[in-house]
Design a protein around this ligand. Structure first.
Ligand SMILES: [Zn+2]
Length: 311
């Protein structure tokens, strides 16, 4: 009799265990934003129950450590990936992410580069499209809602005079790379670099507001301020890893964050973040949190407030 009961009891026990984990993960746990410590690079993970958004993928496999740490082991699907721009410290980890996870949708800009890292990224994107991913090219400002609580706005300004994109199906690689070279020349002629072409992400999670700047420079920050797109936020991920090419006084006044996060590698060779930028942010009375000093920065959001893992 006891033997007969063993199997159903064990099955029931396993079911209860899974239901508890499920309940904890998706019903009890608060929505959160994780500024992943990926060394010198950017990766920000947004989680609300079943829904996940990843903004940038760092420069290498360290982004996977972050995904594995904060996503349940059985969850191999990411709802949306936003790629701020094509520099290797933002796209280098995506080939591995796309190999391990199915990404439902991706937002990219049309500006590529001729680096090997970009080539690997582009090929991984094309493979993922074949597996069912939707690829959206940023052509201007756009809004999107993921699940009930994740509200996103993306700001992006195109460079006039260019209309090719590196993700279209081009038969010969040489033609494609010629086109990307042409495009890079246009960008150079206009005295821009890829940083200036970053897609900016405004996120509202419950009532907490975040602004993720990619590597956007001061001129484009100014343009967003003048268009009235930069409003009061709670948490700002400062542009370009705290470099002095970003984060102007005007921009800090308009965004007025309580916390500024800086995604930066420990002892990095670029000397980032810039001491001037750090001092400026402090003078504004804004609290600074850095991935090189504190590792992953986690912001948990409740209905009307938020808390960090360093509070
Ligand atoms: Zn960068």
């Amino acid at each position: 009799m006891l033997k007969k009961l063993c199997f159903p009891l064990a099955s029931l026990g396993i079911c209860c265990l899974f239901l508890t984990i499920y309940y904890w993960q998706f019903v009890i746990s608060a929505p959160k934003v994780i500024f992943c410590d990926v060394g010198q690079g950017d990766a920000t993970l947004i989680i609300d129950g079943f829904y996940q958004v990843l903004v940038d993928g760092g420069r290498d496999e360290r982004v996977l450590d972050c995904l594995e740490k904060y996503l349940p082991a059985w969850d191999r699907e990411i709802d949306l990936v936003i790629v701020s721009h094509a520099d290797s410290d933002h796209i280098g980890g995506f080939e591995m992410v796309l190999n391990r996870y199915f990404v439902k949708e991706m937002l990219v800009s049309e500006y590529g580069t001729t680096t090997g890292v970009f080539k690997g990224f582009r090929n991984a994107v094309l493979r993922e499209i074949e597996e069912g991913m939707t690829l959206n090219l940023a052509v201007g400002n756009s809004s999107k809602k993921i699940g009930k609580n994740i509200s996103l706005k993306n700001y992006f300004t195109r460079v006039r005079g260019f209309s090719n994109n590196p993700f279209m199906s081009v038969k010969t690689e040489t033609t494609l790379w010629d086109k990307i070279n042409e495009q890079n020349q246009i960008i150079k002629d206009k005295k821009l670099d890829l940083n200036a072409l970053s897609i900016v992400t405004f996120l509202q999670l419950n009532s907490t507001k975040f602004l993720l700047m990619g590597d956007l420079d001061v001129l484009r920050e100014q343009a967003l301020v003048e268009q009235g797109l930069i409003t009061d936020v709670d948490i700002l991920k400062v542009g370009h890893h705290g470099s002095k090419t970003s984060t102007s006084d005007t921009f800090l006044k308009a965004s007025a964050p309580e916390i500024a996060t800086i995604s930066v590698g420990y002892n990095n060779s670029y000397g980032l973040p810039s001491p001037q930028v750090v001092n400026k942010i402090k003078q504004f009375g804004i609290r600074i949190l850095r991935t090189d000093e504190s590792g992953d920065l986690v912001v948990e959001v409740s209905k009307n407030s938020y808390a960090t893992n360093l509070d």
